[in-house]
Design a protein around this ligand. Sequence first.
Ligand code: 6PG
Length: 233
Amino acid sequence: MSWSIEKFESDNALVQKLSASIAAALRDGVKSRGSASLAVSGGNTPKPLFEALSNIDLPWEKVVITLVDERWVDSQHPDSNARLVAEHLLQHRAAAARFVPLKTSAAEPFGAEPDVERRLQDVPMPFDVVVLGMGDDGHTASFFPGAAELRTALQPEEGRLCCAVHPPSAPHNRMTLTLPAITSTKHLVLHVVGRKKWQVLQRAIQDGRTEEMPIRAVLHQMSVLLDIYYAAE
Ligand code: 6PG
């Protein structure tokens, strides 16, 4: 088993603990190698976490932030994860952090991987912290059930950090970090809120096919302990 679960009474309590723990890891990263890196997910779950983090006193100018995955839309689009990060995380004290976006000016993510990988060279690796979310269908990052690119994203050619994905069940093509890139981190976190997602997680923990619930790939990998932070509401 390479995961552990911590349950909280509320997302509020969860966010307090998780933001402090991320801040401590980033502080350690800056202390030990002069800079630190954080990869975050999009969606609705992380907003309160972003807001809490943005107010923490850290040497943010030495922190590089990027995304675990991005929807291939303009940075002003309401579904853009870069926009979410700009509005909720790169604020207050965290406004001094450097953000590395995954979206380029290319019309499609397919073929844009080499450009995105060049950008990612500027991100201190391994990451200090990666924060994942999970969808009701058992996807995480942009590892979607039934996606033609799922295998490539989970088992890419050596050294490949990102992979374009067409999600069969969600809007917008995406760029996702690959599984080896996501697990190349000192701390890996899964942030899950809501009873419905708890049921999904319970199912994912049972034996079954990764293609059906790709979160299993993260639960089963042995590179890094997955810290699951769960709150029912
Ligand atoms: C994205 C994500 C994705 C997300 C889950 C959970 O951009 O869509 O990074 O993997 O973490 O879909 O999303 P919610 O927090 O909105 O439920």
